[in-house]
Design a protein around this ligand. Structure first.
Ligand code: GUN
Length: 281
């Protein structure tokens, strides 16, 4: 293996120390950042994600509340709860865990969250602010990837970044953040012809497709940086990313692993967003 490992766990720990210090500084002004997490139904993966988010708040000295509702909560009841949290001065960030039950209109729910408390960065106002180069609250996963690139001193100005996966949550905001940092961005999707033609030209590859190990060593230029956003299970049920780590690590200059890469950064940037929302008061 020749690639340097981009250790998301270590970068997350360093970033959380910074967050903790800023939380303490806010306390001297009488402000205690608070995050509300809403979970509906009994999706086991969502339960794990949500309890990690709440636990992490405690680790940096933030206040958090977890509101759990049965799967038959109506959309009107959910919107009423969001309205109450929008008006609660102890809460600076609101996160409604996705996916929602099918009968609830996800778009309506995300737009009901006050943009100032939208710590997921999913609200149209926040997506538009990012798009027009005046970011406010940013989507956590791409924001975390930017921190990883920054900590690893990967040059972005003039670099060619190829993003594989064009979701609203990762690929699209990732493209905007890299563009704003001066990179030349290629955003690939599931219909892209000859994907490896694109990835082989990249200085930086961001894999966010949700398909186990689909980015292989022959798709990567020697020395490139590869960031793996995927969380999948391989044929043996073991956690793995979108990148075939073993073959890519032979050619890449730097690579983020799964687990221990982007995952810890996503939660950390949720804390950062909650802090930033509280600091703006
Ligand atoms: N479900 C999976 N990832 C996310 C996320 O980043 N935010 C929310 N709200 N739900 C999710």
């Amino acid at each position: 293996m020749s690639a340097t490992i981009i250790d998301g766990k270590a970068i997350a720990a360093a970033t959380q120390l910074e967050i903790k210090a800023r939380v303490s500084a806010l306390a001297t002004r009488g402000i205690h950042p608070g995050l509300a997490v809403i979970l509906i139904g009994d999706n086991p993966a969502s339960h794990v994600y949500v309890s990690n988010k709440v636990k992490s708040c405690g680790a940096v000295g933030m206040h958090s509340v977890l509101e759990q509702y049965p799967v038959d909560l109506t959309e009107a009841e959910l919107l009423t709860r969001i309205d109450a949290l929008n008006n609660d001065p102890a809460i600076h960030g609101i996160l409604v865990q996705l996916p929602l039950p099918k009968y609830i209109d996800e778009h309506a729910v995300l737009e009901a969250i006050s943009p100032e408390k939208d710590v997921d960065g999913f609200h149209l106002i926040n997506a538009g602010a990012l798009m027009t180069g005046q970011p406010r609250l940013r989507a956590c996963t791409p924001y975390g990837v930017m921190k990883m690139l920054e900590h690893s001193h990967i040059p972005l100005r003039g670099a060619h970044a190829v993003i594989v996966g064009a979701s609203n949550i990762v690929g699209k905001p990732m493209a905007m953040m890299l563009l704003q940092a001066g990179a030349t961005v290629t955003l690939c999707n599931s219909k892209t012809r000859d994907l490896s033609h694109h990835t082989r030209q990249a200085d930086i590859v961001i894999a966010a497709v949700g398909r186990a190990k689909m980015i292989t060593g022959d798709m990567i230029r020697a020395g490139a940086t590869v960031i793996d956003v995927g969380i999948n299970r391989d044929e043996h049920g073991k956690l793995c990313g979108d990148v075939d780590f073993d073959s890519v690590a032979q050619v890449a200059g730097a690579i983020s692993p799964v687990p221990g890469g982007v995952g810890p950064m996503t939660i950390t940037m949720l804390l950062m967003n909650t802090l930033e929302a509280a600091e703006k008061l």
